[in-house]
Design a protein around this ligand. Structure first.
Ligand code: NAP
Length: 281
């Protein structure tokens, strides 16, 4: 029986889990792939039914790991995948999507994102997405690594206002999007997908995080996730290939940070004081 987690409402009214699972670096090694699929499956059972992948990850291997984990439960999942910018032309996006569908062993991708902005005109990618949507191959489309100016350009295109999400680098130590991108997305009902929410482990040794974690009998990683999860309209996609990490991440949803915790975190990881270019990994 799958648990229902807190949700984020997309502009169409559809609700998706606020806490999902990332897959970068999965599917790169055949021996580890089986363990990765088991970890993802555990995450699904714990309610983390939104899964983020990309044609880039493991050169398609991550999508295959997702297919393995999704066996028999596909219909309960919300699968997000991404197209390379160099595949994002009108025709290229159709072919790339077909390849992803094959690897994912499914007939539709729930949310299909342009991985980052490249040299293909946005209007072409948007038209490609719209055709895929009409054909039932993708249910929603969106973008990734788009800053506010890119978003404004996208929504100005015909049909561009139906962009469902912008997936960006956003975590306690990378708070730049708070300056103008996050408010813009809230105003335009575009979901923010916070990627690398744990900073790939880089921030977890911070003494202030450890102090707050102790107060909550939690780990630093859980506090970093709880900080993102409290924010409206934000989908958080940590990647975990170890079962204990998967369980810890799920439990982060049960942590409520106090005003005092938030003040300590603001001091240790200050919010932006001005506009800076959007970070990207
Ligand atoms: P992350 O989620 O910030 O960190 C992943 C690392 O943290 C892994 O080494 C993982 O270890 C470890 N970890 C997971 N849960 C933990 C826990 N509870 N306690 C301690 N360590 C924990 O980094 P990420 O993979 O870069 O970002 C997450 C996802 O965002 C990606 O997998 C990908 O789906 C997406 N992403 C998108 C873009 C983009 O351009 N759109 C860029 C980067 C990432 P184990 O694996 O050993 O469990």
């Amino acid at each position: 029986m799958t648990e229902q987690l807190r949700t984020v409402t997309l502009r169409t009214g559809e609700r998706v889990p606020a806490l999902g699972q990332g897959t970068w670096h999965m599917g790169e090694n055949a021996r580890r792939a089986a363990e990765e699929a088991v970890a993802l499956r555990l995450g699904f059972e714990l309610g983390m039914r939104l899964i983020d992948t990309a044609e880039m990850y493991g050169s398609g291997g991550a999508e295959e790991v997702v297919a393995r984990a999704a066996e028999g439960v596909r219909d309960s999942l919300f699968i997000v995948s991404k197209v390379y910018p160099h595949n994002a032309s009108r025709r290229g996006v159709t072919a790339a999507c077909e390849r992803s569908l094959n690897r994912l062993e499914t007939d539709r991708i729930d949310l299909y994102l342009l991985h980052w902005r490249g040299s293909v005109p946005l209007v072409e990618t948007l038209e490609g997405f719209q055709r895929l949507q009409r054909d039932g191959k993708i249910r929603h489309y969106g973008v990734s690594n788009f800053d506010r100016a890119d978003m404004a350009e996208w929504v100005a295109l015909r049909g561009g206002e139906s962009v469902a999400a912008d997936q960006v680098l956003y975590n306690l130590s990378r708070r730049g999007p708070e300056w103008d991108l996050v408010p813009w997305c809230r105003e335009h009902k575009v979901a923010i997908m916070a990627y690398t929410p744990l900073g790939q482990g880089s921030m977890l040794g911070h003494p202030r995080l450890a102090e707050i974690a102790r107060r909550h009998s939690a780990t630093a990683a859980q506090i970093a996730l709880a900080w993102l999860l409290r924010q409206e309209g934000t989908i958080v996609i940590p990647k975990a290939s170890r079962a204990e990490h998967v369980r810890d991440n799920r439990a982060a949803l049960d942590i409520t940070l106090t005003e005092e915790d938030l003040a300590v975190l603001d001091h240790a990881f200050p919010p932006p004081k001005g506009k800076a270019a959007l970070g990207m990994l």
